[in-house]
Design a protein around this ligand. Structure first.
Ligand code: FAD
Length: 488
């Protein structure tokens, strides 16, 4: 083997992160290649084709801002884009910037090992291919390693099974079927109303009720798009100062002035919540600045939402079971279209498995609380091995042969979420400890990818072969984050 790696950069993953990384690497004159497990670009939006899959950030915002030509020419059709539309957009990006010629599809990375003598990474795919590169960028996604709980009897079910994150490319027809869906996180909340309209019966197995607010989705008018496009840069700049880099139509969300729920007159507070509920989307939780910092304040938003659930869901017992008991917004809110009202349908049954959990999957269906539920097909809306799964499922080895999975056995540690001590020349996009899933992720991704590109440019300009986060810097970042959490 020669001392020189075969290219400057290998990128794993061809979603929003990998595509932009490739584009910037080329701009720097670096030789780069993307390895992607799927047979197309899009990442999240390639895999998650379940009915109702949709973005919770408005489409004029959930898009790249690095190219004004791109953002001017692309037309979004709805306020919140559906999965097929985002996938079309990412395919357009791949074509427009000629990215496909450096992307190898159907190439799942199995292992990556840092060769200390040569300062490069040796990357192996499941098909047995080996590639080398000076730098390795893991654009493998925070929510891309699917999770199915290890239920006894898994695999014994006689009917078809689906995971929302590995949905077939062809439409699935549930007409006339008794469908069971396990999980009421974001994917469940989005798909349940759509599947309920087609299935003969839908059984929803819920362990934890979810806080969800209405999207109030609608077509996007040409005038609205034009208004943004007239000053897209200004629009992006204003949004970058707002909560989670998610724009809101309420100007007070970005003005830095405190408005406290506990100071507000109860009638005014109710009016403000109602206005945001009717407007739709995530800005509901930014109605007051103390909702994330004061439990009593948070309770006012929770009580308003409980009232909405009681108002919408006709059966008081079902309404109660659909009402979350955790703090509102401690997990990202879900954004839905007709979720609570779906439970008024005669063909939808909520099965609470919080106290009597799913015991086993059986050839006919599943058993929970001592009762067997017969099903024609089963959907796992059970989410992901989030944040670390897509990284620890690869055998990544850094200095001294140390494995990333072992280094993170007590919990992940990463400097800025971008680099890991002991793993030279390895970059993570939106890795653990970065704001990532708390934000409009495209903004977080662009910021991370630009940081990595700046770093690569610096190394190349200064003829440096190696970079690595120090343990001190990594711990400093973790301590800083922990003290922020304590202050909150
Ligand atoms: P991904 O899009 O996950 O792409 C990672 C790619 O890496 C995948 O194509 C995968 O196949 C590939 N890969 C992984 N491991 C390997 C391997 N070993 N070898 C080769 N290839 C590999 N964010 C928001 O801001 N708003 C939303 O509304 C929103 N909705 C979402 C809905 C769902 C159902 C999910 C799952 C996520 C959602 N997200 C949302 C988060 C979303 O993941 C990000 O917004 C964004 O798409 C992430 O892009 P990415 O390129 O970083 O990762």
């Amino acid at each position: 083997m020669s001392d020189l790696p075969s290219r400057d950069l290998l990128i794993v993953g061809a979603g929003f992160s990998g595509l932009y990384m490739l584009h910037l690497a080329r701009g720097l004159g670096l030789s780069a290649r993307v390895l992607e497990a799927g047979d197309g670009v899009g990442g999240t939006w390639y895999w998650n084709r379940y009915p109702g899959a949709r973005c919770d950030v408005e489409s004029m915002q959930y898009s790249y801002q690095f190219s004004d030509e791109l953002q001017q020419e692309w037309e979004w059709t709805e306020r919140y884009a559906s999965q097929p539309e985002i996938l079309r957009y990412l395919n357009h990006v791949a074509d427009r910037f000629g990215l496909r010629r450096d992307i190898q599809f159907n190439a799942r990375v199995r292992a990556a090992e840092f060769d200390e003598a040569r300062d490069h990474w040796v990357v192996s795919t499941e098909a047995g291919q080996q590639l080398t590169a000076r730098f390795l960028v893991m654009a493998t996604g925070c929510l891309s390693a699917t999770n199915i709980p290890d239920f006894p009897g898994l695999g014994s079910f006689g009917g078809p099974t689906f995971h929302t994150g590995r949905w077939p490319h062809e439409p699935v027809d549930f007409t006339g079927q008794r469908v069971g869906i396990i999980g009421t996180g974001s994917s469940g909340v989005q798909s349940i109303p759509v599947i309920a309209r087609q299935a003969r019966e839908l059984l929803v197995f819920q362990r934890t009720a979810t806080w969800t607010v209405p999207a109030q989705n609608r077509p996007l008018s040409a005038e609205e798009q034009q208004a943004v496009k007239a000053d897209y840069a200004g629009f992006r700049q204003r949004i970058s100062l707002m909560n989670a880099a998610i724009g809101s139509a309420f100007p007070e969300d970005g003005n830095g002035v405190e408005r406290l729920a506990l100071d507000a007159d109860p009638a005014d507070r109710a009016r403000i919540y109602e206005e945001r509920w009717q407007h739709g989307g995530l800005p509901f939780i930014w109605a007051f600045t103390d909702l994330y910092t004061d439990l009593q304040a948070n309770e006012t938003a929770a009580e308003f939402t409980r009232g909405k659930i009681r108002e919408i869901v006709k059966d008081p017992g079902v309404a109660k079971r659909l009402t979350p008991t955790n703090v509102m917004g401690c997990k990202r809110l879900c954004v839905d279209t007709g979720y609570y009202a779906t439970f008024n349908r005669d063909n939808v049954h909520l099965v609470d498995v919080s106290e009597s959990p799913i015991e086993e999957i059986t050839p006919r269906g599943l058993r929970a609380g001592g009762r067997e539920y017969a099903l024609d097909c089963m959907i796992f809306a059970t989410g992901f091995d989030a944040m670390t799964g897509s990284l620890t499922r690869i055998d990544i080895r850094g200095r001294g042969g140390q494995s990333l999975a072992e280094a993170w056995a007590e919990g992940p540690r990463a400097y800025l979420g971008l680099g890991v001590a002991g793993f030279p020349n390895l970059f993570l996009v939106t890795g653990p400890g970065s704001p990532s899933v708390l934000t409009n992720m495209v903004v977080a991704i662009e910021q991370n990818v630009e940081w990595i590109a700046d770093c690569l440019e610096y190394l190349s300009r200064n003829d440096k072969q190696r970079i690595e986060a120090t343990t001190q810097a990594q711990e400093g970042w973790e301590i800083g984050r922990a003290s922020c959490r304590e202050r909150v």
